[in-house]
Design a protein around this ligand. Sequence first.
Ligand SMILES: NC(=O)C1=CN([C@@H]2O[C@H](COP(=O)(O)OP(=O)(O)OC[C@H]3O[C@@H](n4cnc5c(N)ncnc54)[C@H](OP(=O)(O)O)[C@@H]3O)[C@@H](O)[C@H]2O)C=CC1
Ligand SMILES: O=C(O)CCC(=O)C(=O)O
Length: 479
Amino acid sequence: MAEIYKNLINGEWVGGDGVENINPSNISEVVGVYARGTVEDTKQAIAAAKAAFPAWSRSGILERHAILSKTAQEILARKAELGELLSREEGKTLPEGIGEVTRAAQIFDFFAGEVLRLAGEVLPSVRPGVGVEITREPIGVIGIITPWNFPIAIPAWKMAPALAYGNTVVIKPADLVPGSTWAIVDILHRAGLPHGVVNLVMGKGSVVGQTMLDSKDVNAISFTGSVGTGKRVATASIEVGRKFQLEMGGKNPTVVLDDADLKVAVESVAQSAFFSTGQRCTASSRVIVTEGIHDAFVDALCERTKNLRVGDALAKDTEIGPVVDPGQLKQDMDYIAIGQAEGATLRVGGNRVNAPTEGYFLQPTLFTEATNQMRISREEIFGPVASVIRVKNYEEALATANDTEFGLSAGIVTTSLKYATHFKRNAEAGMVMVNVPTAGVDFHVPFGGRKGSSYGPREQGKYAAEFFTVVKTAYTAAG
Ligand SMILES: NC(=O)C1=CN([C@@H]2O[C@H](COP(=O)(O)OP(=O)(O)OC[C@H]3O[C@@H](n4cnc5c(N)ncnc54)[C@H](OP(=O)(O)O)[C@@H]3O)[C@@H](O)[C@H]2O)C=CC1
Ligand SMILES: O=C(O)CCC(=O)C(=O)O
């Protein structure tokens, strides 16, 4: 019987039955067997986090700094091993996996620093002799629910600020990819976190996640995933009056203008649309191209797309790894069929790829002559599928880019300062990219979107304090 990676509840590794974590590049390979938490496990984890909160919230900043810093160092030192684990469980290429692990280390390092930069404000009151202090305090127990597509970076960018600001945590990673989160929780535990400060409950959203949503003792929930589950988190949280933060889908546009550098445009779109197998909420799946450059751009992008090497995530020359699982593969294939039925032209891809091992490999797929009204232009596909929409000029491009219910990231490729500046001001998105891909963000600056993509304060960088703390205003009469 294989070793079972257990749940961490109140500082103890617990759990009996496990579920196999399967490699999407080779479905006969089991990455590991991970415990599946129950309702009771989740309740115990929440109770442990609640009990640990008073002491942790008052712990010294040097203790918190040291634990987060030690965690960052170990993650970085093990980036090759953890990157391989990530690529085996999720299907990102090895450089992408190692890059994501490095990002997780940088995030812990950043928030180790933030612990030492905690500050408030002191103001005079309108009443003479009275002083006003404004401070930030931790909230309590934070429930963290994460998706499968960034198995280490997203847990890191939610856990690190939660802990830095003095909260305790119950984390539930996606059932599909528990391994990377297990690894960082193990590192945090060994770095010296007191019992109960971080609790890991792996398992199903409908069981573990739902128990977190239903609990009055979870004081805030930070969620990334689908729009449907995000709405559940919102409804349940309003019911119990808790704070919540949602990062959900995207339908991110990249505008390519006549004056664009063709090479920059092709590389930027290929990366945004297809790298990480298109499984990023920041991926660009709508490419909006003005008439003058349209044909040359499409020809060059088709060439680049055809030549992308799809294969085993760990193989040296692979550029695009497999789709994460059969459910996501079906969703991608269904949208490819929908695009064809809607009348878009399938220029590249559209089929599964045969490989030496059995995995969920899909050709990067490009539609042209799409319209912004088609379902492939309106709904998040979450795979290596993009479509090109032809427009007359910049004004039509901007209007098309903004004509979506989402608003996470938006890109433009242009050499015009005038259009770049106008786009930065007028794109209805939380993040705007000029001559760089829409996906692949920095770890030290705010992350988040507008409209249907996000709800609540931004994640990451010092802006994370907005969600993970609560503001207190104290008045003191000098006496
Ligand atoms: N914005 C983003 O970064 C992401 C967007 N998506 C979008 O969502 C689609 C579906 O992906 P999927 O993984 O199913 O997304 P989900 O929203 O279902 O999953 C995200 C997380 O929520 C959990 N969850 C599911 N149901 C509940 C519930 N009732 N209560 C609490 N937590 C719950 C999941 O658990 P479980 O382990 O059971 O899945 C997982 O941990 C994708 O095709 C894509 O379009 C997906 C991932 C990331
Ligand atoms: O593009 C990135 O770097 C981050 C994307 C992301 O967070 C997501 O897809 O959920």
